[in-house]
Design a protein around this ligand. Sequence first.
Ligand SMILES: CC(=O)N[C@H]1[C@@H](OP(=O)(O)OP(=O)(O)OC[C@H]2O[C@@H](n3ccc(=O)[nH]c3=O)[C@H](O)[C@@H]2O)O[C@H](CO)[C@@H](O)[C@@H]1O
Ligand SMILES: C=C(OP(=O)(O)O)C(=O)O
Length: 418
Amino acid sequence: MEKIIVEKSPPLKGTVRVSGAKNSVLPILAASLLCQENCVLEDIPVLKDVEVISEVLASLGANIKRDVENGCIQINASYIDNYEAPYELVRKMRASFLVMGPLLARKGKARISLPGGCAIGTRPIDLHLKGFHALGAKIDVGHGYVEASADRLIGNKIYLDFPSVGATENIMMAATMAEGITIIENVAEEPEIVDLANFLNSLGAKIKGAGTDTIKIEGVEALGGTKHTVIPDRIEAGTFMVAAALSGGDVTVENALSDHLKPTIAKLRECGVEVIENGDCIQVRAKNGINATDIKTLPYPGFPTDMQAQFMTLLSVAKGTSVVIETVFENRFMHVAELKRMGANIKIEGRSAIIQGIEKLQGTQVRATDLRAGAALILAGMVAEGETEIGDIYHIDRGYVDIENKLRSLGAKIRRET
Ligand SMILES: CC(=O)N[C@H]1[C@@H](OP(=O)(O)OP(=O)(O)OC[C@H]2O[C@@H](n3ccc(=O)[nH]c3=O)[C@H](O)[C@@H]2O)O[C@H](CO)[C@@H](O)[C@@H]1O
Ligand SMILES: C=C(OP(=O)(O)O)C(=O)O
C-alpha cells in the first residue's frame, strides 16, 4: 500500500503552479458527450478522477485521446452506442453520475448506477432527478440503478431546494438540447458552473446567467465541437496558500485566480497572514504565527467546504480558539479524529468544531479519510514534531496533481513510499 511520509519541514519558499480544476474538468468531460464534433480540452490535470471519467466516456462509445505531456484530451463523441454507466465505474467516482444529463439529451435514455454516499455524507441525487423529471423524463429507481428516458426533453422552470453543484451541472447539460426554454432557479454559482456554461456555449448552446442564482437555457438542436482550457483549481491553490501560511513561509502560487479565492484569502488575512494578489499569481507570507478565526462553510461565494479540512489544520496551531461550522455536508469532520491523534485539541458539537490552538502537533500514523482530509494531514505533517505517515492516499491522488513533488519543490520534507 502506498503511503506519504512527511517530516517537520522548514518554512516553504518559492513558486508553485496550480493545475486545471478537477471540479471543472469532470463535468466538462461529461458534457463532451453532447458534442457531434471533436472537442479539445487543455490544462487537463493528471488525476485519477480524470482517468475514471475517461473510462466512463469510452465505455459509452466516445473516442478519447489523451496527451498527458501537454495536458490535452481530445474527445470525439459523434458515435455513442451505449447509455449505461455501471456500478464498477460509478463506485470509483461519484461524479460519473454527471453523464446522466448529457446521455438523456443525446440518447433520450440513460441507466446509471446510484452513486451512493461517501466519507463526507450521504450525498443524495434527488435534485438531479427532480430536474430531469421536470424536463419530461420518466425516472425509475431500482436495484441500485437510476433509469431515465424521454422521447424529447421539454424546457421547464425548475427550482433547486439547495444550490447543488452537481444538480445544476447535470440539469444544465440535459437542458441544452431540450425543446424551448429552461429556467433553473437557486442554482449553484461556483466558478466551475461558469466554466461548464462557457464550454457548452462555445459548442453552440444558449446558456445565460451562469454564476448568478438563475440560469436560463434556450434549447438548440445539436452541439458542435470546440477547444477549451479549463480554469485553475481554486482548491489546489488554496491548499498551497494554507501550506505557505502554516509553515511561516513565503510562496507564490501561480495560475491562481484571486476572484475565485475570495473567502480563502479573506480568512488567511483574518489569521494574520499577508496575501498579495498580483494578476494570476498570489503570494502568501506569514511571519508572526497564525491567529484564530471562525469559519462557516457555504455554497459559493461562501467559504468552500473543500477548504475546511486544510483550515482545520491551520487553526489547530493558531493562537486562540476557533469555531468551524460545516453546513454543506453533514459528515465532513472525519479528519478531526486523525488530527486529534496528532495532538490537536478539537471538540465536535453537531456541525461545529471548536478548535483550541496548540503549540505543536506530533507526527504519527494517520489515514486519509477523503481527498481534502488527506491534504489536511499532509499539511499537519509539515509542522508536526517527527514523522507523519499517511495511509489510504488514493483519496489524495483523486484530486491533487503530484502533490509531493510540488510541495518538495517548495522545501517540504515529503516523500511517497510503496
Ligand atoms: C466533482 C465536484 O464538483 N465535486 C464538488 C461538488 O460536489 P457535489 O456536486 O456532489 O455537491 P453538491 O453541491 O451537489 O452537494 C451539496 C449538498 O447538497 C446535497 N444534495 C446534493 C444533490 C442532491 O440531489 N441532493 C442533495 O441533498 C448534498 O448531499 C450536499 O449536502 O460540490 C461540492 C460542494 O461545493 C464540493 O464539495 C465537491 O468537491
Ligand atoms: C468532495 C470532493 O470531490 P467529489 O465531489 O469528487 O467527491 C472534493 O473535491 O473535495
